[in-house]
Design a protein around this ligand. Structure first.
Ligand code: AMP
Length: 449
């Protein structure tokens, strides 16, 4: 193929119609489960102050250190320093504070769906623009809340028929003080051993030693095996919180694997952390993850307010669905293709196309000047189920030809009969109608068309 003048940037993909079929299906399941559980939709902006992410997610995390996509503008009198959102939680918490949501009945349950951006090294399952659905419960801390929220994710995976491919990995990383004590212990353990660490991990001993735990470097992993364990530092209250949560999960029939090595890469977590892993590949390409963040809102300038949330990568969900052979319903089929020849026929066709569409029949009209024969070929390529043909003779006679494209049979009928006949063939249950008017009621515009 000739060299293209433009291609999408590296790590960024078009969501083509076939993929949108899946995306729409995933969103539908998400919205459905969200509504059932009382979550309301929020859409924080796609970019925010860079410092929100730095403060919220943590300066020494991979996401902030290496993966933020900066956007900004240097004007004469101001420098705008923004970043594209790498995830939803920080933005949603900022919004909770900004809009005084602590005045609402607590907990406030919010969900969002949309694109996120990370300057990751592009590879399988890792993109620079990807999509997440995200759930947050803000204002209360209780293991039953964590369990119920995890259940929503689990139900969605069930709806999308990929539950069996995933495992829930869960851990409790204790209170912030516990983590601090643990970080100090790790620093102490590694100090003096830096020489044995690869370059990239040496700095982490000081900046974020927790990141050594899931380092991919073999030398680091050997030392990590001998290092103190986080579970030794988790306080009794957190242990009770965790065992309650596990009991609730059992009560809800959600299988889990306790994973004491799981810490998650973001700074804001405390207590519960969890991830949904691919049963066959494990941590690599996790489908989603989340946890409790009881100090984040305070850290962002709000009143102390606990919270818990999770996010799921939609491209990875789609991949699992495809691997599992789950087909997303195809709703873009063309029911009727209308072909015409001559100026009078064209006018009539325009009208018939519009009427069929209004009735909920997916209709495409070839309103160009091509011959009837080439229009029929086009109908075939559109995979239309039926074709209506209107040439000069039919116009004169007040008739129309209806062709069944699969059977390859056609019949001529009175023009007025065509629409009821097509409705009958397509079937009332397949009509794609949308009655927004009923719902809008008194607000509807009385104008026609
Ligand atoms: P995280 O909070 O980093 O664990 O991200 C939550 C989920 O978002 C992950 O489990 C992935 O499914 C998805 N995700 C994160 N980063 C990417 C990426 N670069 N490309 C595709 N999906 C991603």
């Amino acid at each position: 193929m000739a060299e293209l003048k433009f291609r999408s940037p590296k790590g960024v993909h078009d969501l083509l119609p076939a993929e949108n079929q899946y995306m729409t299906y995933i969103k539908k399941a998400v919205r459905h489960r969200a509504r059932q559980a009382g979550y309301k939709r929020i859409d924080p902006p796609i970019f925010e102050d860079r410092s929100l992410f730095e403060r919220g997610i943590g300066e020494h995390t991979d996401i902030v250190e290496k993966e933020l996509f900066g956007v900004g503008r240097k004007g004469a009198d101001e420098v705008l320093d923004f970043a594209l959102r790498p995830e939803f939680t920080a933005g949603i918490c900022r919004s909770y504070i900004q809009h005084g949501m602590q005045e609402l009945p607590q907990p406030v349950e919010l969900y969002s769906i949309g694109p996120c951006f990370r300057y990751d090294r592009p590879q399988k399952g890792r993109f620079r623009q990807f999509h997440q659905f995200d759930f947050e419960v803000i204002g209360l801390s209780d293991p039953s809340i964590d369990a119920q929220m995890i259940q929503v994710a689990w139900k969605i995976f069930g709806d999308l028929k990929i539950q069996k491919r995933l495992t829930l990995q869960i851990n409790n990383i204790g209170a912030t003080e516990d983590r601090k004590a643990y970080v100090d212990a790790l620093k102490e353990f590694f100090s003096g051993k830096e020489r044995n660490l690869p370059e990239i991990d040496r700095k982490r001993v000081q900046t974020n030693p927790l990141r050594l735990l899931d380092s991919k470097e073999e030398d680091t992993q050997i030392l990590v095996k001998m290092a103190p364990k986080l579970s030794q530092f988790v306080n009794e209250e957190s242990k009770k919180y965790h065992s309650d949560l596990l009991e609730y999960l059992t009560e809800l029939d959600i299988p889990f694997t306790e994973n004491h090595g799981l810490v998650r890469g973001l700074d804001y977590y405390n207590q519960t952390v969890f991830e949904f892993w691919d049963r066959s590949t494990g941590a690599q390409n996790a489908v989603g993850g989340g946890g409790r963040y009881d100090y984040l809102i305070e850290q962002l300038g709000g009143k102390p307010t606990p919270g818990v949330g999770f996010a799921v990568g939609m491209e990875r969900v789609m991949w699992h669905m495809q691997e599992a052979g789950v087909e997303a319903p195809f709703k873009d089929q063309v029911d009727v293709f209308v072909a015409q020849l001559g100026p009078d026929a064209k006018k009539k066709c325009l009208k018939i196309v519009s009427e069929l569409r209004e009735l909920g029949i997916h209709t495409v009209g070839a309103l160009g000047e091509a011959s009837l024969k080439s229009q029929m070929r086009l109908a075939d390529r559109f995979q239309a189920r039926y074709c209506l043909l209107l040439g000069q003779i039919e116009v004169k006679e007040g008739t129309i030809i209806l062709r069944d494209m699969i059977a390859g049979k056609q019949k001529q009928m009175k023009f007025e009969k065509a629409i009821p006949e097509v409705v009958k063939l397509v079937g009332k249950e397949s009509l794609d109608t949308y009655s927004i008017q009923d719902k809008l009621g008194e607000f509807s515009d009385p104008g026609e068309g």
